[in-house]
Design a protein around this ligand. Sequence first.
Ligand code: RB5
Length: 141
Amino acid sequence: MKIAVGSDHGGFELKKLIVQFLGELGQEVESVGCHSLESVDYPDFAEKVCTAVQTGACDCGILICGTGIGMSIAANRHKEIRAALCHEAFTARMSREHNNANVLCLGERVIGSEVALDIVRTWVATEFAGGRHQKRLDMFS
Ligand code: RB5
C-alpha cells in the first residue's frame, strides 16, 4: 500500500514518527511536507494528500495537525475523500470497516505517540467491510 502523509507545523514531530513507523510496517510512504517546525497553513497539506489519493498516486493518506480538526475539515471538502479524525484504535478500525475512510487525521497535541502509532497500525491493517456500508456511502454521491 502507498500512503501519502502530510502535516502542518503542529503535527510535524508526530509525522516524522509515523513515516518511520510505516516504513517499519513495510508500507510505501510519500511524505508531502511540511518539512520543519516553521508555521505553515494546514489546508495546503490537506490538499496535497487528498490530491494524491484522488488521482490514485497513493491508496490512502494520513494528515496530522495540532488537533486533527483543521486537517479533517479541510480534507472532507475534497471530492471522494472520506477523512476520519481518530483518537483511539476502535474508531480508527470502524472508520475503515464501516466508512471506508481513505484519509486518517490525527492531532499531535491531543494524543500521545504510542496511541498514535496504535491507531496507525490498526487503520492500515483494517479492510472496508462493504455490503450495507457501501450502500450508505453511495448516498453521498
Ligand atoms: C496550528 O497552530 C494549529 O491551529 C493547527 O495545527 C491545527 O490544530 C488546526 O486545526
